[in-house]
Design a protein around this ligand. Structure first.
Ligand code: ZN
Ligand code: ZN
Length: 150
């Protein structure tokens, strides 16, 4: 992401925190920046490693608590539901995911067509739909290449 975009998104983030009554701390800003800087949908440990370069004293627990807090307030989102490795997503615009079943790589893609798919009647019995998210599972290009070599 371009640095102008990052600055813009950090400003938007600050405004959102103010609106939500969340304290804007240096740590919190750096944690958010670490999530939006990458397209990798990082887990807490990789966010921690990134932030640690800028704030050496930070603990994994602090990073984890902040990520959960940001997700709770809708500033980032949680991808997947496996408790042992929550992944975080800084892209809050509607989008879909490609997930590699081997290495866990997750990438965003857009498809207006998928967004407009008719929602089955059955779903309406569960509640009111807000958005449609599609996950395409597969082998990423890197994993595909290495499996061909073996
Ligand atoms: Zn892969
Ligand atoms: Zn995403």
């Amino acid at each position: 992401m371009k640095s102008v975009d990052i600055t813009h998104r950090l400003n938007v983030f600050q405004e959102a925190c103010e609106r939500l009554g969340l304290k804007i701390t240096h740590q919190r800003m750096e944690i958010y920046r670490a999530v939006i800087m990458t397209e990798n949908h990082p887990d807490a440990v990789s966010v921690y490693h990134r932030v640690k370069k800028r704030i050496p004293m930070i603990s994994l627990d602090t990073v984890y608590r902040n990520l959960k807090l940001l997700a709770k307030h809708g500033l980032i989102s949680i991808v997947g539901l496996s408790q042992e490795s929550l992944r975080f997503d800084g892209n809050m615009t509607p989008h879909h995911h490609f997930a590699c079943v081997k290495c866990g790589m997750i990438r965003d893609f857009n498809s207006p067509a998928i967004g407009h798919l008719p929602i089955p009647e059955e779903v309406k019995g569960f509640g009111s739909p807000v958005s449609v998210h599609l996950e395409v599972k597969g082998l990423c290009a890197t994993c595909k290449k290495s499996s061909r070599r073996n």
